[in-house]
Design a protein around this ligand. Structure first.
Ligand code: ZN
Length: 343
């Protein structure tokens, strides 16, 4: 299986994030990708190639142009204030506040274009974010070109980023950009299967009213888990997209038995939808040893996830999302990919 990877991910390395009342080192760190790359090479899973630059056009198929402008210019605007740390938002247009106008000041823009404070912007963030989207687009092109599957080793991740907002370590929605590229290349029906521990609120928002992209997500119950404000079972799509969103929230402590049963439900829905291509938002923060999550999957269980996805028999693009147990992330990701290949 082809892996697409860019060293530019290292340009994005936030110093810290706000977590339970303290600023702590970012859980989303460059070492995650280095571990995955080592495992992909060690298992002999296939060639690793650099992404092809695709520019802004495919990005703006799912993100608003003013939001992309913001991401591209935020660091320079921040530096113009004479700040020396990472740019982080601290005020948001929640509830009854004005969400109909973009502030002039960078502090206001950071809040306007985000859903939380887990999105540090550094000097190299925009370069890394573009390279990450290019990994997904290059992977999509490989699958469209006839590859059975490809693995876009994206960093930063993307599934929490909505049409006009960053959040949860995510800036551009790599999986959604890839799914849209598949649609634009003529694939009539595309499915996104999100197996990250957290609900893919950004992907859901992008496709919520559309009948051409099915979104299925297995995740920690948002009643008790980030992103808290999306991912409930009664969110099923709207308008033409009614019935094209499937949320399968699961309780803390979920282990392989219940997880794989829910995965079967998601895969059956994707098959019933009639998808012709699949994008998998691949997070491995469902692992028992993950430092910020509460599921109980063991490393061997990830092989079974890969095999079940393979059973769909669809051209498949894996897009890297979360997973914060850095010592085990390589093993767990490689297990999914190996399970797919041998499934
Ligand atoms: Zn996650």
């Amino acid at each position: 299986m082809l892996t697409i990877h860019s060293d530019d991910h290292r340009l994005h390395h936030g110093a810290g994030e706000f977590y339970r009342g303290r600023i702590v080192p970012c859980f989303e760190m460059p070492a995650r990708v280095e571990q995955i790359l080592a495992s992909v090479a060690g298992r002999g899973l296939g060639p690793v190639v650099a992404p092809v630059r695709h520019g802004r056009a495919p990005v703006e198929r799912v993100h608003a142009a003013d939001y992309v402008d913001f991401l591209a210019s935020a660091w320079d605007e921040w530096c113009a204030l004479g700040e020396i740390g990472d740019a982080l938002p601290y005020a948001w247009p929640a509830h009854d506040l004005r969400a109909d106008r973009v502030p002039d000041h960078i502090d206001g823009k950071l809040g306007f274009y985000s859903i939380d404070a887990a999105v540090p912007i550094t000097a190299g963030t925009w370069a890394a974010v573009q390279a990450s989207a290019d990994c997904a687009l290059t992977g999509a092109a490989a699958v469209l070109g006839g590859e059975r599957a490809a693995f876009a080793l994206c960093r930063p991740p993307g599934h929490h980023a909505g049409p006009r907002a960053m959040g949860g370590f995510c800036y551009l929605n790599n999986a959604a950009i890839a799914a849209q590229a598949m649609r634009d290349a003529g694939v009539v029906k595309v499915a996104v299967l999100d197996v990250d521990y957290h609900h893919g609120n950004g992907t859901q928002a992008i496709f919520y009213d559309r009948a051409d992209v099915f979104f299925a997500s297995l995740h920690g119950d948002p009643a008790v888990e980030y992103p808290f404000f999306a991912g409930f079972a009664d969110e099923t799509g709207s308008g033409a997209g009614q019935g094209c969103t499937l949320n399968l929230p699961l309780p803390w402590g979920t282990a392989a038995g219940a997880y794989l049963a829910a995965l079967d439900t998601g895969c059956a829905a994707i098959a019933a939808f009639g998808a012709q291509a699949l994008v998998v938002s691949l997070g491995v923060d469902t692992f028992a040893g993950d430092p910020i999550s509460h599921f109980k999957l063991e490393s061997a269980d990830f092989t079974r996830i890969g095999a079940r996805v393979a059973a769909l028999g669809l051209p498949t693009l894996f897009v890297m999302e979360g997973g914060y147990a850095v010592g085990d992330i390589g093993t767990n990701v490689a297990n999914v990919l190996e399970g797919f290949v041998h499934g």
